[in-house]
Write a protein that binds this ligand. Sequence first.
Ligand code: MN
Length: 349
Amino acid sequence: MSSLAHLTRSLEAEAKSVVPPELLKLLTTAQRVWVVPHERPDADALGAALALQLILAGRGVEVAVVSADLPSQVYDVIPTIGRVVTEPPAWAPDAVVLVDCADPRRAGRIGVLIDALPATTPRALIDHHVSNNATWPISWIDASAAATCELVTLLAVALGTELEKVDGLPATLAAGLIMDTATFQHGNTTPRTLEVGALLLAAGAPISEISRRIYRTKPLSQLQLHAAVLSSIATSDEGSTIYAVMSERDLTSVHASVEDSEGIVDVLAQAAASDVALFFKEESPTATRLSVRTKGDAPDATAIVATFGGGGHARAAGATVAASLPDATALVLTEVARLRRNGTTRRAE
Ligand SMILES: [Mn+2]
């Protein structure tokens, strides 16, 4: 048996046991479907939506992928990305499927349009986020899935879709898996995630190329911005705290946008000898955006930002500090040093 057939066979039982029968029934009877990702969609939301379009179109179903926002250019790696529309089609749907979120409010203005559809229009959702308040009767939420695309791959298997025969489908599903696992690096990667990844690779998904395009490709302005900001690296608490600052001038001097600063705090967090990484971004003369990453026995990131009205998780948090860039830097460094002195321990994760 070929590896593709073998991998498909081994996922068939899983697919049969996890895909809700009412969802399969809806998708095998609907003729006109809206598939809706969350607003500002990422590769997982877009991949799940466009994969559903490919899967259902192969069965003669008319499908519109309707998004509140146009995809970022980074996601051009998804072959059918050009099929995303930001206005609904003229035809009324006989089913709506929400992907990678569990609340139409997360779909922005398209969510409002969904709410305005007749109550009799069946609604289904596919999501993998833990926290949600899904109220739709057909809600497939599997928090053990690394990505919604992991679930949609299982759905394709349950429907008997021959992945390798649908142009672009393996790449589309792989884009979501790669996005949400940082190419199988995050802790959300399970044996099933890898099995699904193996199936997509065997079906022709260019996993290495997609990973390079999503994670290791940057505009020159972004590299220049990172260089400028990283040249400001300094430490305190005998090296345990590492920080860097970004002024408005850093942005304008290399014609970068604030989005280009994405990832800088994660570079700071790579410092071997530091357990707290702080990144300060000048927003205005009286406001500074702070991003925090912690590891090991460092103070809880939420404790660090609490004084400044921020929030987040134990290992990653953020706040907007109502002070100038230099003042905010001094205030936060003082707070981190105080928390260290008080031996504030990281709360259990
Ligand atoms: Mn996702």
